[in-house]
Design a protein around this ligand. Structure first.
Ligand code: SF4
Length: 224
């Protein structure tokens, strides 16, 4: 374990792909600030930004009639939590990141919605740690008053069809679906305790899903 961590603010988005993959890479990112940023498809970024523009001024029932009545409170705001407490001990780690949509419901509660453009829906469980992390931050904010989340969910756009409009213009259609994500602060406390415990220990060994470390080890033995 390093004497001082390079990064102590845990990003909610790292708790999905980052945490579900090899824990060694996750550890190196926070302990030493070393991470590999793979290419992110520009088309997804462009579609996400259109999604956000479209829903910015909408009522909660435009996202889903199943949501409580309310409006968009704010979008893309950076938040940070108070230090995470594990087994009664204050740790150096916090949670911090930007949500897509914070909803303010008429009954005084809140909701967080994250937008996703995907090839296939059904991702609520996979993205639960990210959404639950926003809930944790809103309930334990470094600044401002705590806010209680009544709902968490994904607004998913899934490609449904493509058709030709004219010789040089094509339309692409999306199915839009709201996928509710479990609101369970107790479960998240257990989850984040596991994350912080891993970061507070020794560097984990490489997992089995990726062979990059093995590749680099072999490569450095070559005298090229
Ligand atoms: S095998 Fe190495 S490069 Fe691949 S995810 Fe694990 S630590 Fe990262």
């Amino acid at each position: 374990m390093p004497e001082q961590f390079a990064k102590t603010r845990i990003s909610p988005s790292d708790l999905t792909f980052g945490w579900s993959g090899c824990k060694r890479c996750f550890y190196m990112r926070y302990a030493y600030g070393v991470s590999h940023q793979g290419p992110f498809p520009g088309i997804v970024m462009s579609l996400s930004s259109r999604q956000e523009q479209w829903y910015k001024t909408k009522h909660s029932h435009d996202f889903s009639p199943t949501l409580p009545s309310g409006v968009v409170h704010s979008t893309g705001k950076m938040l940070e939590s108070t230090p995470i407490v594990v087994n009664g001990e204050v740790t150096p780690f916090t949670l911090g990141g930007k949500y897509d949509f914070l909803m303010a419901y008429d009954n005084g509660t809140y909701g967080v919605i994250d937008t996703k453009v995907v090839s296939q829906g059904g991702k609520a469980e996979f993205y639960w740690p990210q959404l639950a992390a926003y809930d944790y931050i809103l309930s334990n904010p470094k600044k401002d008053e705590p806010r209680k989340c009544e709902t968490l969910g994904l607004l998913v756009w899934e490609i449904a069809e493509a058709s030709q409009h004219s010789a040089d213009f094509y339309n692409v259609g999306f199915n839009a679906e709201y996928e509710p994500v479990e609101v369970n602060p107790k479960k998240f406390e257990g989850f984040i305790a596991e994350v912080v415990t891993l970061l507070s220990g020794d560097m984990p060994v490489a997992g089995e899903k990726c062979n990059n470390c093995e590749y680099f080890d072999k490569r450095t033995t070559l005298d090229l």
